[in-house]
Design a protein around this ligand. Structure first.
Ligand SMILES: Cc1cc2nc3c(=O)[nH]c(=O)nc-3n(C[C@H](O)[C@H](O)[C@H](O)COP(=O)(O)O)c2cc1C
Ligand code: SF4
Length: 486
């Protein structure tokens, strides 16, 4: 992952935790009673892919155990990982792309309800993503994948030679020479791996996204409702299809790109289709970016505009993330796909302990506060969820009392210690395992390995509740918590 050049080392510490009385009288532990979103406390576990689904995208016992473990901590809400809406093979990524997935998802919602004693609301994040291929071996790229064109022939001065001769010649060229022969997209396909974009209007499937996505999202939403989820989070963030429509890099000329009014059009149409499918009394919101953090991307001004459009359209919550784009991703190794959390935008999405003067905590706070202020100034009351480096009670409580957010998201902190919410509520804050922001978990995610936390995955491996990862060396869920003092 990209690291700020300053490389200042930060250590997560908390000077003081609240007493049980202080916690239970706090805003963080107060109820949120918003239309369609009734949370027992203002805490939220944002979506995190743990790579636990079956190869076909089905719920497994490991998926159930993972979310039940979070549910024991009784946060206000948990959002189930990005879940695919297309019925296409996508490895062990959870799917909701057909009715056959509903029974497994129902087992998941039942387990979370039981483990949280009905305290935690369970939402599911619905995702669409475009094709991305692994970085190819150069000989495979030149011999098989590259389509030889007249432009290549001309640039090589080999107008009459056979295609085989052109391919053989291309294989001998240096990097600098290739830059004069291949197009920027071909160079990208060679160096990073081929990646589709929403602007690839020559591809019928891309041109037709505005026709097909509202249908796919709304069918998935109906399944989520049938499976017993309390609501839906539309994934409009990071490197995926819907975020690419919102992006300032979206130059589609079909009315769905260009100005921000056009870029927000499909996200609004998807929302309208989902709302029509699930009815008015069901939680539907989205996750989108406070800033794309790429040179030509959308910024916080755009985010304020999008938030107003989403809130006016009737979304029940707005959850804001930051960065996480392919545009500045590092070059993957041959045989690996690009990962959108390896560049600067990825750092802003999941900041780590090696940082700059600003540090790894709360980097999303001011942009989200601006977005919330913009919609409040427009008279809109939609709850805003903020995440990014939140680990202490004081931090979370001040975000709420200062009116910067309505609900606080704890992603990696909840992964480090799923009992954070109960420990703090009951006055056991000093027993919290604090996230180090090491991004060990994110490294596992990048390799599509079962995600665990380095703070607990080697603990009590022989305990009766320990289920081990496929490498046999790590436990898949945090050990149970038993208070050290009475
Ligand atoms: C292992 C892992 C998987 C993640 N998967 C998702 C995901 O499926 N959808 C999403 O919107 N964000 C995902 N994220 C980003 C988190 O939801 C969150 O925005 C980010 O970690 C910053 O918050 P934090 O500082 O509280 O961890 C993931 C993060 C991690 C560490
Ligand atoms: S591995 Fe654990 S400590 Fe490290 S960033 Fe992830 S959750 Fe935090």
């Amino acid at each position: 992952m990209w690291k700020p050049p300053e490389r200042i080392k930060y250590q997560t510490t908390v000077e003081r935790w609240p007493t049980a009385e202080e916690a239970q009288g706090s805003r963080l532990y107060s109820r949120l009673s918003a239309p369609n979103l009734d949370l027992a406390q203002r805490t939220w576990v944002p979506a995190m892919v743990p790579w636990r689904a079956s190869g076909d995208g089905d719920v497994t016992q490991d998926v159930i155990d993972w979310y039940a473990r979070f549910a024991h901590g009784k946060p206000g809400a948990i959002v189930v990982e990005a879940t695919g809406i297309r019925d296409i093979p996508s490895g062990p990524l959870l799917r909701i792309s057909d009715d056959r997935y509903v029974a497994g998802l129902r087992r998941l919602t039942d387990a979370v309800r039981e483990a949280s004693d009905g305290q935690t609301r369970l939402l599911i994040q619905l995702i669409d993503f475009l094709t991305i291929r692994r970085r190819p071996q150069p000989d495979a790229f030149f011999n098989r994948f590259l389509e030889v064109t007249a432009a290549h022939r001309q640039r090589l001065g080999m107008v009459r030679e056979s295609e085989q001769a052109i391919r053989a010649q291309l294989l001998t060229l240096t990097d600098a020479e290739l830059e004069n022969v291949l197009s920027p997209r071909e160079l990208e396909a060679l160096r990073q791996g081929y990646r589709e974009r929403v602007t690839d209007m020559h591809l019928p499937a891309i041109a037709e996204l505005p026709v097909n996505l509202p249908i796919l999202f709304s069918q998935a939403a109906s399944r989520a409702q049938a499976a017993g989820f309390d609501g839906i989070e539309l994934h409009y963030a990071h490197a995926y299809t819907m975020a690419s429509f919102l992006s300032a890099t979206n130059t589609r000329a079909d009315g769905y790109g260009g100005g921000r009014e056009q870029r927000v059009r499909l996200p609004l149409e998807v929302y309208a289709a989902v709302r029509a499918a699930v009815g008015d009394d069901y939680a539907v919101g989205c996750r989108f970016l406070s800033d794309e953090i790429i040179a030509t991307g959308s910024d916080v001004d755009d985010a304020c505009f999008f938030a107003g459009e989403f809130a006016r359209a009737g979304m029940d919550f707005l959850s804001l993330s930051r960065g996480g784009k392919f545009d500045d991703a590092k070059q993957p190794k041959v045989g690996w796909a690009a990962y959108p959390y390896t560049g600067r935008s990825g750092y802003e999405c999941m900041p780590a302990y090696l940082s700059d003067e600003q540090g790894p905590w709360g980097r999303n706070t001011e942009p989200v506060a601006m977005v919330r202020r913009a919609i409040r100034d427009a008279g809109l009351t939609t709850p805003v969820i903020l995440a990014g480096g939140i680990h202490s009670f004081e931090q979370a409580e001040s975000l709420l009392t200062e009116g910067k957010a309505d609900v606080v998201g704890f992603a990696r902190q909840a992964l480090a210690d799923p009992d954070w919410f109960e420990k703090v509520r009951l006055g056991f804050g000093d027993e919290v395992l604090l996230c180090r922001y090491s991004n060990y978990c994110e490294g596992l995610d990048q390799k599509h390995k079962q995600v665990t936390c380095e703070l607990w995955d080697r603990e009590a491996l022989d305990a009766p509740d320990a289920v081990l990862a496929s490498d046999g060396k790590r436990r898949l869920t945090a050990p149970s918590w038993h208070p050290k003092r009475a």
